[in-house]
Design a protein around this ligand. Sequence first.
Ligand code: FAD
Length: 286
Amino acid sequence: MIAELMTKSEPTLSFEFFPPKDDSGEAALWSSFDSLLELSPDFVSVTYGAGGSNQAKSLAVLTKMATRIPTIGHLTCVGATFASTRATIEAFENAGVAAILAIRGDAPRDNPDALSQGELKTALELVEQVTAHSEMEVGVAAFPELHPESPSLAHDVKVLKLKQEAGAKYAFTQLFFHVEAYTALVAAARAADVTIPIIPGVMPIGNVKGVLRMAELSGASVPHDLLIRLEGATDDENAKDIGMAFSIEFAKALLAAGAPGLHIFSLNHHRAAEELARGAFSRLSR
Ligand code: FAD
């Protein structure tokens, strides 16, 4: 259902949300969700806390969103058993979730051994579980700047191909800021017969400090010239303008390079996500 949307000539627009931690986060999520739905996105996705955090909340958010728009539930397998994974897959399907983004997750800081403790060890095994036990589509992660544990682009592409062979219908990328990293990944994937759409994940640089922190955590390299421009900002507002101008040009360049859509990390705030979507998609420009 979502895979089909990616074959249309118009690139897809989608937004990622995360399950809120408290009442004020809950209010921000739903008001952002309502605002972003006005842009007629093709689908949305909801993240999942690896290793136990906030998982029930993810299901609650998914259940509500899925009544309004095709919704992808992220699902991690780090530390999970086969039985608990199958129960979650069933719960997602019963909630009307259209697809699962099957990812491994990372070990939580307070339990660095989690990767070796569960029964499932890799996202590939999770893809196999979803395809074997549900009718839902499966998406997976891709890494324009390599997965931090990967020795090479060729290795990442090999793993992506195994996931495609196991039934993955598309991939969404990790946060990144260099168009060439995306085009190189796609070229290497296509050369290895990976044919699934690879949708770039794009983060609007609205909250500059927050985005730079997330870039550091995920290992995304920030272009030197952008850092210089941000250092020269006169105040926070000016820094935000510089960041958003960069984000929009970056997103447009990805579409011009053939990206089949943009998956915008909304961070549960609609303003920057909306500005990015309107700037990148001519069909939404005012
Ligand atoms: P895997 O595919 O299991 O890969 C992990 C490592 O193992 C890689 O280095 C890979 O090369 C290697 N590997 C895997 N399989 C094989 C194999 N068969 N042979 C050899 N090597 C192999 N985290 C969350 O906790 N919650 C989320 O909601 C979430 N959403 C995300 C959304 C996107 C779009 C992305 C890109 C990441 C997301 N993450 C999320 C982070 C993700 O969990 C981490 O990046 C994690 O480290 C890797 O997940 P993966 O699915 O690529 O794992």
